[in-house]
Design a protein around this ligand. Structure first.
Ligand code: NAD
Length: 255
């Protein structure tokens, strides 16, 4: 088992990729601390992990809240004795995240606070615990939206920031801690539906076809395919990889 004895915090674990990763990590022997603002979704994640025989605790955590993140880190230590893996996956895509001149400041703040400040906070409070335990691996979820121009001003800015934040963390805390970012393309989760609706002027069915055609592989990813990359980066299988950014987009960013 590739994460035997390791404690993993996974944010955004109530849905989509985070929920899939919680199950994948648990099957590989990790104790999972599942964090999200969606308590109903967390209950489903908890049940799914328990069904595999895995160990899990859940935490109602808003990653943009310093107090919530500090409580999350304390919970991980109290429940399982430390932190080895931090998978920063929580993210927000706002349906009214539009061209810069039309974008409400409140929406900008909410998206940046969730997608970027949230990762700063989890790193700020989890890294000291990780170092006490000898180090570990951080996996941060960016997006193809952090690499390519698009209409969602705040989302793209936040996801570009995630890649830079990850590089800085990797340099600052090497060699004990490795940090890498991942850039998914279209993944079949509730968030993708929001993204397709917000594509300017496109009817949803046209946007859906375009999103599939936009990948060389002509399809969306299943959340588990992203979970498998996160597992690789979390585990010692990737022991010489740090400060790297991985596209996992069916070729979308290259065409
Ligand atoms: P999702 O909506 O299914 O899951 C995101 C989770 O994050 C939700 O459970 C939500 O409650 C949680 N969340 C939102 N704000 C939060 C906060 N303040 N604190 C804690 N949790 C919060 O979406 P997903 O597609 O599984 O997204 C996972 C990550 O992948 C996100 O960072 C997203 O930006 C990124 N991403 C998604 C796609 C895609 O096509 N689905 C593509 C590229 C990147």
């Amino acid at each position: 088992m590739r994460l035997a004895g390791k404690v993993s915090i996974i944010t955004g674990a109530a849905s989509g990729m985070g929920q899939a990763a919680a199950v994948i990590f648990a099957k590989e022997g990790s104790m999972v601390v599942a964090a999200d603002i969606n308590e109903e979704g967390l209950k489903r994640t908890e049940a799914q992990v328990r069904d595999t025989g895995g160990q899990v605790v859940v935490s109602r955590t808003d990653v943009s809240s310093s107090g919530d993140v500090q409580a999350l880190v304390r919970l991980a230590v109290e429940a399982f004795g430390g932190i080895h893996v931090l998978y920063n996956n929580a993210g927000l895509r706002h349906p009214n995240d539009v061209f810069a001149t039309e974008l409400d400041e409140e929406i900008w703040d909410r998206v940046i606070d969730t997608n970027l400040k949230g990762m700063f906070l989890t790193c700020k409070y989890a890294i000291p615990v990780m170092l006490q335990g000898g180090g570990g691996s951080i996996v941060n979820t960016s997006s193809i939206g952090g690499l390519k121009a698009a209409d969602s001003t705040a989302y793209g800015a936040s996801k570009g920031g995630v890649i830079a934040l990850t590089r800085n963390i990797a340099k600052q805390y090497a060699p004990a801690i490795r940090a890498n970012s991942i850039c998914p393309g279209p993944v079949d989760t509730p968030m993708l539906a929001v993204a397709l609706e917000s594509i300017r002027g496109a009817r949803p069915e046209i946007a859906t076809a375009a999103a599939k055609a936009g990948t060389m592989l002509q399809r969306w990813a299943d959340p588990s395919e992203i979970g498998n990359l996160a597992l690789f980066l979390a585990s010692d299988d990737s022991s010489f990889i740090t400060a790297a950014n991985f596209s996992i987009d069916g070729g979308m960013a290259s065409q």
